[in-house]
Design a protein around this ligand. Structure first.
Ligand code: LLP
Length: 428
């Protein structure tokens, strides 16, 4: 369910017209629906209810403090992948449970996490495991560790975001997990209490979860035989969302694939969803600047760019795009954005950035658009703002959170002064 719907040919987020938001806050603008965010969190809580899961919202998907706080208020902990994300999680809720993943944690980050009572380190290499023990020892503490295993599964998503095929940098090779774990048996400063896997993202099938979880069951038994008190099975995130049409699976399908392993191991289940919660809860609103045709292609040049939403450029990702106030001769909202439609022609939607790779969509069926018209790029709530940059010295967009008929600015638009704020002008 998302709460972005057209009413009499004008797009609304919950009960607020997007035109009004663009007027008030300017463009490019990220608009989030609180009802959609909570709906997705709650649908996971419900689908996995019998396992009483610890849901650690993945901060990398969208780390805005208001969104993180909303997650914490509704029972989520956090999955973080850097000291910076850890800081965000702490700002949102200092008491929340935090899983700390990532192949390259620095000693300072490890210390920071230990000081703050980290819930679990998702450990990605043998050296990291021993370093955890050493840092914890120097602080008189015990590091709680979940070994991240790469379960070596067939490809399941884009090559740049598939984290469970052989040879990627993530996790421990499945063949080596037991040897690595043996190395810390009896170490008083590192306790292996969990098994972690994150298969990749986005994943539109439950099968990899079932296959990964089954391998997890075997490993957990063997780790317990070594003497490790394994209490947690962390299956990561990666659940897919609607990008093209309604292709996302309901949370129950993933629950069905994962719950048998939870029962078999009697572990507490941990999940780290990001995109599933926030992806369809956000859109990127932009304004058309110019039209032009060249070399047989039609271009819509609008004011959002690859620095605002990198996914099309980086992964050739498909995001639905449609006018905020569509003209009368096209569908109010197409069922199939890829089908040819009367009243439309193929256009490339591009931004102002100086790269030919700067685009939001290629050869997309869209009606003719005039200067000043608004466009909505859907499913932009996850990995939009969190991957935004200041390339071309572009100020990052503002973010607005809508609740019913109310809206709040949750991040102001950056200014040119923000762009140079960290620089030390030593030649002046
Ligand atoms: N846990 C771990 C250890 C992860 O590495 C990730 C994502 C997640 C959880 C959350 O995955 P999610 O539920 O959000 O799919 N920039 C890419 C996605 C990269 C995901 C990296 N890790 C994109 O825009 O598609």
């Amino acid at each position: 369910m998302d709460h972005f719907a057209y009413r009499e040919r004008s797009l609304y987020c919950e009960d607020v017209a997007i035109t009004a938001l663009a007027e008030e806050y300017g463009t490019p603008l990220f608009v989030y629906s609180q009802a959609t965010l909570l709906h997705h969190l709650q649908s996971l809580q419900t689908a996995f209810a019998e396992a009483k899961p610890i849901i650690c919202y993945s901060v990398k998907a969208n780390g805005n403090l208001s969104i993180c706080r909303l997650m914490a208020q509704h029972g989520a902990g956090f999955d973080v992948t850097s000291g910076g994300e850890y800081y965000r999680a702490q700002q949102a809720d200092p008491a929340a449970k935090v899983c700390f993943a990532g192949v390259g944690k620095t000693d300072a980050e490890i210390r920071y996490a230990l000081e703050r009572g980290v819930f679990l380190f998702d450990v990605e290499s043998e050296e990291e495991l021993h370093t955890l023990g050493e840092v914890a020892k120097s602080m008189g503490k015990v590091a709680p560790a979940a070994l991240r295993v790469n379960p070596d599964l067939p490809p399941k998503t884009h090559v740049k975001t598939d984290t469970s095929v052989k040879g990627v940098k993530f996790g421990l090779d499945i063949e080596t997990v037991l040897d690595v774990a043996k190395g810390v048996v009896g170490n008083p400063h590192v306790q292996v209490v969990g098994l972690h896997m994150h298969l990749g993202s986005p994943i539109l099938s439950p099968e990899p979860y079932a296959a990964g979880a089954a391998k997890g069951v075997t490993l957990i038994e063997a780790l317990r035989q070594q003497g490790h008190d394994i209490q947690y099975l962390n299956m990561g995130g990666g659940f897919g969302i609607h990008y093209r049409k309604n292709e996302a699976l309901p949370a129950e399908m993933f629950a069905k694939a994962i719950l048998p392993a939870v029962k078999a191991t009697k572990c507490q289940l941990v999940l780290e969803p990001g995109r599933f919660i926030v992806g369809n809860a956000g859109i990127l609103v932009s304004r058309v600047l110019f039209n032009k045709s060249t070399g047989g292609r039609s271009y819509i040049i609008q004011d959002a760019a690859m620095n605002d939403l990198l996914r099309p450029t980086l992964y050739d990702a498909f995001h639905r795009i449609w006018p905020v106030t569509p003209p009368a001769d096209v569908p109010e909202r197409p069922d199939d954005f890829e089908a040819t439609m009367p009243g439309t022609h193929q256009q490339d939607v591009v931004g102002p950035v100086c790269e030919s790779g700067d685009f939001l969509a290629k050869a997309r069926n869209l009606p003719a658009l005039r200067r000043g018209e608004l466009l909505a790029t859907f499913s932009a709530g996850a990995y939009g703002m969190s991957m935004a940059s200041n390339y071309n010295a572009r100020c990052r967009a503002a973010e607005v959170l809508v609740t019913g008929g109310a809206h709040r600015l949750i991040r102001r638009r950056e200014t040119p002064a923000d762009l140079v704020a960290c620089e030390l002008d030593c030649l002046n």
